[in-house]
Write a protein that binds this ligand. Structure first.
Ligand SMILES: Cc1ncc(COP(=O)(O)O)c(C=O)c1O
Length: 453
């Protein structure tokens, strides 16, 4: 039998059938209102159920899709389920999720202006809108990268490069952040071989005074301060304005890690918490978190994008056509080269629904967090660990140990009731609701509390 090399690309009856199958499945899944929460199976069980799927001759689209629908997908937790309240959930709008198909179907390349000008233009309009919301100047700009971890790393690399350009030559480079900062800051520091100065505080809020003291102690070696605009554990927003005073006084780069929380700057209810963001040198926010876009997308914005470009542009003979122009090529602004224009699902959704509904959806999640916090405070046997600022509610069931939380969480998922994983603070295990899905209701949350009786 010949291999028929063009079989995968030519438009044949087989191709039509494959495309129809896949679009039909996607159509059903996108419009489904009763996809179960689902749960992971053990690897051995998946091997047994799925069998060998990668073979020399292929198993055919119908069989492969059937396996996906009936074996593989049910072994993936439904992240857009309103009862998914762990980590930071994802709740893509229907328009954003549907448009993700278009990005793939169109084989768009988002790395260079030459190849993807139209897509990059639309992504840049979204970045411009975000920059305006954050109060950044007209020249601000950046790129959508894979996630907050890569966004933080890329911003910090640009910050160190800028410090080098200014002549700083310490024996050891340092980055200052809160002890509550996300683990991706420590990860970036490891990759960059720099030291993290993690500043503790009693209430988890990093303030200007503490930053000033750290900058004085490590004078001449700090290339960036990271302010967290919504910590992952509690949704705490640092004192960004105070920190901006300290970084300005010392001429140090201010980076805002708003991967989770900066979206709440769109809400009139919480906008003031973020005062000072407009003074940042770089910011990130993840659309795959609270901006209702599908995985995976982080918006990275520089006050002066040229600093990002100088730090990140890759040079090679075959790329000279791209890099010897002044074109805006997204590849140049982060630690990456090939990229899909992952900002487009957010662009389409914003263009479809308008920004107003985003503000409302974010505000209603914050309202719900406050409501359930009130319920927890009033419920005997429960202790609210701290009042929420954004959409994260952390609480303890009095008398429970870690094993109780673990058992309860596993049963909750086993029963397909909800997905709530335990967390911990100051050595004490707790339960944590991360609320952002507009379909999550107070009834869902109180129903979960009832299971902790
Ligand atoms: C504050 C904060 N920063 C960074 C990240 C990392 O983002 P990602 O998971 O997209 O890499 C997260 C993820 O939860 C986060 O909450």
């Amino acid at each position: 039998m010949t291999a028929q090399p063009s079989r995968m690309h030519d438009v044949t009856p087989e191709t039509r059938a494959i495309v129809d199958l896949v679009l039909d499945y996607s159509h059903r899944r996108l419009l489904s209102e009763d996809t179960p929460l689902d749960k992971p199976l053990a690897a051995a069980e998946l091997t047994r159920l799925a069998g060998r799927t990668v073979t020399e001759a292929g198993i055919g689209a119908r069989k492969a899709l059937g396996l996906f629908e009936h074996v593989l997908a049910p072994s993936c937790i439904t992240t857009d389920d309103p009862r998914y309240l762990s980590f930071i959930p994802s709740a893509p709008s229907k328009a954003a999720a549907a448009f993700d198909l278009v990005v793939s179907a169109s084989a768009l390349y988002g790395g260079s202006w030459l190849e993807g000008a139209g897509a990059v233009h639309a992504e840049n309009e979204v970045l411009r809108w975000l920059a305006d919301e954050f109060g950044l100047p007209a020249g601000a700009g950046g790129v959508f990268v894979q996630g907050g971890t890569l966004g933080n790393l890329s911003a910090l690399v640009a910050a160190r490069e800028a410090a080098r350009e200014q002549g700083l030559r310490p024996d050891r480079w340092r980055v200052v952040c809160s002890a509550e900062a996300h683990s991706s800051i420590a990860s970036a520091a490891r990759v960059m071989d720099v030291e993290v100065v993690a500043v503790p505080s009693d209430d988890g809020v990093l303030r200007g005074e503490a930053v000033r003291a750290a900058l004085e102690e490590h004078q001449g070696s700090v290339f960036a301060v990271v302010a967290t605009a919504g910590s992952t554990n509690f949704g705490i927003v640092d004192d960004i304005a105070g920190i901006a005073d300290a970084t300005a006084a010392h001429g140090v780069w201010l980076h805002i890690d708003g991967a989770y929380g900066l979206a709440a700057m769109l809400s009139p209810r919480t906008r003031d918490l973020f005062r000072g963001v407009e003074r940042a040198d770089s910011v990130i926010v993840d659309p795959h978190k609270w901006l209702f876009a599908p995985f995976d997308a982080c918006a990275l914005i520089y006050r002066d994008p040229e600093l990002g470009r100088r730090a990140h542009t890759q040079h090679a003979e075959y790329l000279d056509t791209l890099t010897q122009t002044s074109d805006w090529s997204p590849s140049d602004f982060a630690a990456h080269l090939t990229r899909r224009p992952r900002g487009l699902p957010l662009w389409f959704s914003l263009a479809t629904y308008g920004a107003g509904v985003y503000r409302d959806a974010i505000t209603s999640a914050i309202d719900l967090a406050h409501e359930v916090a009130d319920v927890i405070e009033a419920r005997p046997g429960f202790t609210l660990v701290r009042r929420p600022q954004l959409g994260v509610v952390v609480f303890e069931r009095d008398g429970w140990e870690k094993a109780d939380y673990d058992r309860w969480s596993a049963k909750l998922l086993d029963d397909q009731h909800a997905f709530v994983t335990p967390s911990s603070h100051a050595g004490r295990t707790n339960a944590r609701f991360a609320i952002l899905n507009p379909r999550t209701s107070l009834a869902h949350l109180t129903g979960i509390l009832d299971t902790m009786a």
